[in-house]
Design a protein around this ligand. Structure first.
Ligand code: ATP
Ligand code: MG
Ligand code: MG
Length: 554
């Protein structure tokens, strides 16, 4: 294994280990909110946290941050677990912030008793005005000095469901003049008369993220709580809440921030991805055009390629935008090693070998993957009538056209050298058949002199009578703009690519008759393709995963 330099979080951990922090107290967590499916941005955080767990042999919890019942669902919990497993990571414990609701409530009551929290009953507008601005300090509101008894009674009433939503909130009593706006008496609890996917109707109040998150880290004894840079200003509050409960015999969690992943030509906010799903702009969270893990999987991405991508982009503190082509590069590198090669024709034109016997068929040997000797060989059927790609033929071609034209020779992959002789056209002048002759002595691998002859190019093909008809879904990027959600005046939906999905009929060699969903192939000269879950007995559906960088040379 190659030596890699440490990223800044590993460096922080190395430093604390060096100064005496016990390695067996290292503990990490990945804390998704179950309000949507995981996306490629989450993969960065997953690879980081689980990567640290592997490197330091430390536990990594999967904590569902389920404190907002308005947006969370069991479907998302299940999908998140499936995606994590598929990515190749095992969590130590499966935990839920909602499991801590009673503990969080008890701590909040203690804070009220210590004069560190109070009930505010003003409108959110009034509270916002009192909060001030970044350049102007806030002012204390009229409820700030409520008695402990009144606060306890009101908080109890909130919990019991005696008050309507929006009528009261619990606020931490910190400092309305703090230079950090988040420290100006932040909300700890709000009233929500909502059904929670785990706690049902037990609760009428739910804790806010800033309160719940650090305290949950403390309960789980997380040593390094890693989040994205937007939370830098929250760190002071994270620490303040910990100060209220911290017992110095225990591990005190610390928050560290790293740069989130931004990819061009996509959106990654779950709210926006949800909108694409709900408005049927895509066909579900796992639509192969989505940047979700399930979408990428269905498109044909491998888990290894996503992990490799996260490894290459690294972990740093500076925000940047990664080109989506880097993700595709990682995928191609992996598929090039692992995907069997097959022949498929997606825009067919009929080719007739006039000197090949009508009733003859041959099963020719074809190498499955020249990058992987163990992949072996298969047989592909050859006959007088074939399909080739329409764009692989020109009646009259320029000298640099390394494909078929009249009077010139090319090789048919794994088969023979053919020469263009004539064409048949319909009344409109479109070519309907290409007539060629073949050189019987030129079969690939036969070792004959004719088989070694240099020709301009090599074409893929399928035998018409043997080929399987399939549906092939060709994808383009979902957005035509590099940063669709970065426009002040325009909504991201204005930048949808109207031709991001094209469905064509394709013909593949018969070796593919028994493929299963998620099997991956290289269609030679065309790209990588993944068997879609929509495939059924007698109808194979392929998703184009990604194109090839370079066509092969035989
Ligand atoms: P969204 O804005 O899409 O709703 P989120 O951050 O609210 O994302 P969570 O489910 O709370 O979504 O995220 C779980 C973890 O994944 C968090 O620790 C978060 O920092 C991390 N994460 C989310 N998006 C990214 C990203 N683009 N790059 C790196 N980490 C991310
Ligand atoms: Mg979040
Ligand atoms: Mg969010």
């Amino acid at each position: 294994t190659e030596e890699k330099s440490l990223h800044f979080i590993e460096q922080i951990i190395e430093d604390s280990l060096a100064s005496g922090f016990p390695q067996d107290k290292l503990r990490f967590r990945f804390p998704p909110e179950p309000n949507g499916y995981l996306h490629i941005g989450h993969a960065k955080s997953i690879c980081l946290n689980f990567g640290l767990g592997l490197k330091y042999n430390a536990p990594v919890n999967l904590r569902f941050d389920d404190t907002n019942p308005a947006k969370e669902e069991q479907e998302y919990v299940d999908a998140i677990k499936e995606d994590l497993k598929w990515l190749g990571f095992n969590w130590t414990e499966e935990l839920y912030s909602s499991d801590y609701f009673q503990q969080l409530y008890d701590w909040a009551v203690a804070m009220i008793k210590n004069g560190k929290a109070y009930i505010d009953s003003q409108s959110s507008e009034d509270m916002a005005i009192q909060k001030g601005t970044p350049t102007q300090p806030g002012v204390d509101g009229p409820n700030r000095n409520r008695s402990v008894e009144d606060n306890l009674t009101l908080f109890e009433g909130m919990k019991s469901g005696n008050f309507p939503e929006g009528s009261h909130v619990l606020r931490a009593k910190i400092d309305m003049k703090s230079t950090n706006m988040l420290m100006r008496d932040p909300l700890m609890y709000r009233i929500l008369h909502r059904h929670h996917h785990r706690t049902g109707n037990d609760w009428n109040i739910y804790p806010m993220y800033d309160y719940a998150h650090g305290e949950s880290d403390y309960i789980e004894q997380i040593s390094h709580s890693i989040c994205t840079l937007e939370f830098v200003m929250h760190r002071e509050l994270y620490n303040w809440f910990l100060d209220q409960i911290y017992d110095d015999l225990k591990v005190r969690p610390h928050q560290y921030e790293f740069a989130r992943l931004n990819l061009n030509y996509t959106v990654m906010s779950k709210r926006k991805l949800l909108q694409l799903v709900q408005e049927n702009i895509v066909n579900g969270w796992d639509d192969p055009r989505m940047p979700t893990i399930s979408g990428l999987r269905r498109r044909g991405f491998t888990a290894a390629s996503i992990r490799k991508f996260c490894d290459i982009i690294g972990v740093a503190k500076r925000e940047n935008v990664i080109d989506v082509s880097l993700l595709e590069f990682c995928l191609r590198e992996d598929l090039n090693k692992t995907a069997p090669r097959v022949m498929a024709v997606l825009d067919p034109i009929k080719l007739i070998i006039t000197n090949y016997p009508e009733d003859k068929e041959e099963w020719l040997e074809a190498e499955n993957n020249q990058e992987d000797e163990s992949a072996g060989f298969r047989k592909v059927p050859f006959s007088r009538e074939l399909y080739i790609e329409r764009e692989d033929f020109l009646e009259e071609a320029p000298a640099k056209f390394f494909r078929l034209s009249l009077g010139r020779e090319v090789r048919l992959k794994n088969a023979y050298i053919i020469k263009g002789e004539s064409v048949v056209k319909d009344v409109a002048g479109n070519i309907t058949e290409i007539h060629v002759t073949y050189d019987e002595d030129s079969r690939s691998g036969s070792g004959s002199e004719a088989s070694q002859r240099k020709v301009a190019g090599t074409l893929h093909w399928v035998s018409i009578q043997h080929a399987l008809e399939t549906e092939v879904r060709l994808y383009d990027r979902l957005f035509i703009d590099e940063a669709p959600d970065n426009h002040k005046e325009k909504n991201f939906l204005e930048f949808m690519n109207s031709s991001s999905l094209q469905i064509v009929k394709g013909f593949v060699e018969p070796s593919l008759s028994d493929v299963k969903a998620d099997e991956k192939f290289q269609f030679q000269r065309l790209g990588y393709f993944n068997v879609d879950k929509d495939s059924s007995e007698g109808k194979i559906v392929f998703n184009k995963t990604v194109g090839l960088k370079d066509a092969w040379e035989e």
